[in-house]
Design a protein around this ligand. Structure first.
Ligand code: PCA
Length: 329
């Protein structure tokens, strides 16, 4: 169908009028990549946070959550925010320990193995984290720990010797080092990919929370989950510093309030998910229970080695975090 010139001019005029009206009405659209599956409690929390921001800013900022690594894979999310490819996103903090060991403060075996200790450790580390992130063009909005980390296997394991030669899925420096010290073979795999990795035998074991094993239905391939309570690693939501700087004070206040709520809600969900997901693993057919004493004492010795190594790598900042944490206990 052909439009008459007159009609087209009318359409053009209407378009101009619409465009002129837009700046006052158009929402700022922020994309928020997240690495973990939509059903994961961190992702659900992120969606609620995004809704809160929409409401709190009267629709001026509209956040679209992209879970499951669908927009950027976990390992690429921080860079995407730093470089302004997206405005906001979530990542596992210790995933950056290869850049700077300080980011791995939350993955030191047995340093802070409970929710209470983990909150104190995070408070001790927060100033260093904020400084580091600021230097990287990032502003942290909130952070939520995963449930305590335990060991998954495709067989019964009672000692470190039983682990030798297993292919071990790692997700950060500490997990790769744990594999080396237990004579396993580390292979780095994002959580979004683990069901497949276990199904195809690319990996046979991992350390993670009950929550991740539950989300990824690992009972289809694995048989044992040992509660080890090694550490509680944090996911954190960060925003590009320039985007943040360009946000009005009123909207900053609204976003900060939503972030505080998200942190509180996320911690509560993480606590609730600890038992819920371990029950789910058992219902899926896995053997779930505490690691035996012999295995625990071997793991503790490995933990001491890893603590010493981390303190060497993380220098004065690392020592200051651990000292502040110990003083707060
Ligand atoms: N789940 C994430 C990190 C820690 C956890 O419990 C993962 O396995 O990738």
């Amino acid at each position: 169908m052909k439009m008459t010139t007159k009609l087209m001019a009318g359409v053009a005029t209407a378009a101009v009028a619409l465009t002129a009206a837009l700046p006052a009405m158009a929402a700022d659209k922020w994309d928020m990549p997240m690495a973990y599956s939509a059903s994961n409690f961190h992702s659900e929390n992120g969606v609620t946070f995004a809704e809160c921001v929409g409401a709190g800013t009267n629709g001026e900022i509209e956040i679209t959550v992209h879970p499951g690594g669908s927009l950027f894979a976990g390992g690429d999310i921080k860079r995407a925010i730093q470089t302004g490819q997206v405005q906001i996103g979530e990542r596992l903090m210790s995933g950056h320990a290869n850049e700077n060991a300080v980011f791995g403060f939350d993955s030191i075996p047995f340093l802070a193995p409970s929710f209470d200790d983990s909150a104190k450790l995070f408070a001790a580390a927060k100033p260093s984290m904020e400084k580091l992130l600021d230097e990287q063009n990032l502003v942290m909005l909130y952070a939520v720990p995963w449930p305590p980390q335990g060991l998954y296997f495709n067989k019964e394991v009672n000692s470190v010797a039983d682990m030798a030669g297993l292919k071990f899925r790692s997700y950060n420096n500490a997990t790769a080092r744990l594999a080396e010290l237990t004579n396993m073979l580390p292979v780095t795999i994002e959580a979004a990919e683990i069901s497949q990795a276990f199904a195809t035998g690319v990996a046979e074991s991992m350390i993670s929370s009950g929550a991740t094993g539950y989300d990824r239905k690992v009972w289809e391939s694995l048989s044992h989950f040992y509660e080890v309570d090694a550490w509680l690693p944090y996911n954190y939501v960060m925003v590009n510093k320039e985007v943040w700087g360009g946000t009005s004070d009123a909207n900053k206040a609204a976003i900060t309030a939503c972030a505080d709520e998200a942190q509180t809600r996320g911690i509560a969900a993480s606590k609730a998910y600890t038992q819920f997901t371990m029950d789910g693993l058992a219902e899926g057919g896995m053997t779930v229970g505490p690691a035996g004493d012999a295995l625990m004492s071997e793991l503790r010795a490995i933990g001491e080695t890893m603590t010493t190594e981390w303190l060497n790598d993380a220098g004065d900042d690392g020592k200051a975090i651990v000292d502040a944490f110990n003083a707060s206990k």
